[in-house]
Design a protein around this ligand. Structure first.
Ligand code: PLP
Length: 395
């Protein structure tokens, strides 16, 4: 007999450490933009596993390469050449800027790699401080957590890494003032994700680039959430035409498999030397073969064009709703990364949507977050918005 949700909830509380709060749904199957739970209920996915499933669930080309590669080779370690890893790095560099890559397994590890690269680069110059943004999110490991500008994530783990200063996001003057002779890096999410979907201004990123060049400081962009096509460009920085020195990617790159990567610009690509950094799993043959396919699909199936079009369509629909519900305060974002700030409790609305078969996220207490698969169609958006409207009307 199929085990039901109650069974899995009981087992969950018995065997899984309670870092995630209540988990109410057990999914067993996914296809396109839909997920199905153990009881056979169908859900429309407007969250993509927090921005991961950019091609939806069970994309036939992804399934095919996973099967093929699983038959051939899964893992060898980074003691040996990994042709798929090298091919993926070449593709990423060609699509971004001249440089070289380091592969790991998650967003937080990509940020850790960027942090270590910045620290090593700064060491002989006596630079070690890092400037990060208030309200930012860079991950949960102790290095990335040190860069995360939100008390609620840090407070139980203090003291963290010394030498990190936080300045208000989008405040160029504050950035200017905080850079000193000890600063080795500035880290910015071009669109803050967990912090509530706040888009950087072009002036801020251009200014940060200028300061970084003038004061000899590394500019790191954390595109773990906003990269990989989410904004309608492959990389979010391409919307602002400001190129970072180090780019952090993860989430969508693996099409559902765990991967993280940094791309370090040419000028900084000799900083790491053998022994400085490593990962056992990072960039293994399976995940890099799949990531390579993900990028090809984005191009061949014109996914970025779809993001542009569907992003505008979804935004329009939400703006119409905003007229009707005055407690919708602001709609922010780019492409298919959308935050809806409300004056009500976001979690409650998220839960109600879930009960009606629409999966959405929150980003903070007062912001709802939509991160649908980038392949979503107009009809699927209409379906999601119908459910969303129904929920709002019943509040
Ligand atoms: N950086 C950003 C901008 C993120 O949004 C996240 C996760 O949400 C991370 C880093 C951490 O990524 P991961 O959970 O894969 O470690």
């Amino acid at each position: 007999m199929q085990k039901d949700t109650r069974f899995w909830k009981r087992e969950d509380s018995q065997f899984i450490l309670s870092t995630y709060g209540e988990r109410r749904i057990a999914f067993v199957k996914g296809k396109g933009v839909y997920l199905y739970d153990v009881e056979g209920n169908k859900y429309l996915d407007f969250l993509s596993g927090i921005g991961v499933n950019i091609l939806g669930h069970g994309h036939p080309r992804i399934v095919k390469v996973i099967k093929e590669q699983a038959e051939i080779l899964l893992h060898t370690s980074n003691l040996y050449l990994i042709p798929h890893q090298i091919k993926l790095a070449e593709m990423l560099v060609q699509l971004s800027f001249p440089g070289r890559c380091f592969f790991c397994n998650s967003g937080t590890e990509a940020v850790e790699a960027a942090l270590k690269l910045a620290r090593k680069w700064g060491k002989e110059k006596g630079k070690f401080e890092i400037i990060s943004m208030e309200n930012s999110f860079h991950g949960r490991t102790c290095g990335s957590l040190s860069l995360t500008g939100q008390k609620k994530y840090q407070e139980n783990f203090l003291p963290l890494l010394p030498g990190v200063r936080f300045i208000p996001f989008n405040n160029l003057e504050a950035l200017q003032k905080s850079v000193n002779s000890k600063t080795c890096a500035i880290i910015i999410e071009p669109i803050q994700g967990e912090g509530g979907i706040h888009v950087a201004s072009r002036e801020f990123l251009e200014g940060a680039r200028e300061i970084a060049d003038k004061r000899e400081v590394l500019l790191i962009f954390d595109e773990v959430q906003c990269g990989m096509g989410r904004t309608g460009k492959l990389f979010a920085y391409q919307n602002f035409e400001v190129i970072p020195d180090v780019l952090c990617l993860a989430k969508g790159l693996g099409g559902g498999l765990p991967i993280g990567v940094i791309i370090a610009r040419d000028k900084f690509s000799d900083v790491f030397q053998p022994g400085d950094h490593a990962s056992t799993f990072g960039g293994n043959p399976l995940v890099t073969r799949v990531a390579w396919e993900v990028i090809r699909i984005l191009k061949e199936e014109k996914v970025l064009q779809n993001v542009e079009k569907m992003g505008k369509y979804l935004l329009q629909k939400l703006l119409t709703l905003k007229q009707e519900f005055p407690w919708i305060k602001e709609i922010r974002g780019k492409g298919l990364m959308i935050g809806i700030e409300i004056s009500k409790e976001a979690k409650r609305i998220k839960d109600l949507c879930e009960r009606k078969g629409l999966l959405i996220g929150t980003a903070g207490e007062k912001t709802l977050r939509f991160l649908p698969p980038l392949i979503i169609s107009q009809e699927e958006i209409d379906e999601g918005m119908r459910i969303f409207q129904e929920v709002l009307e019943k509040l």
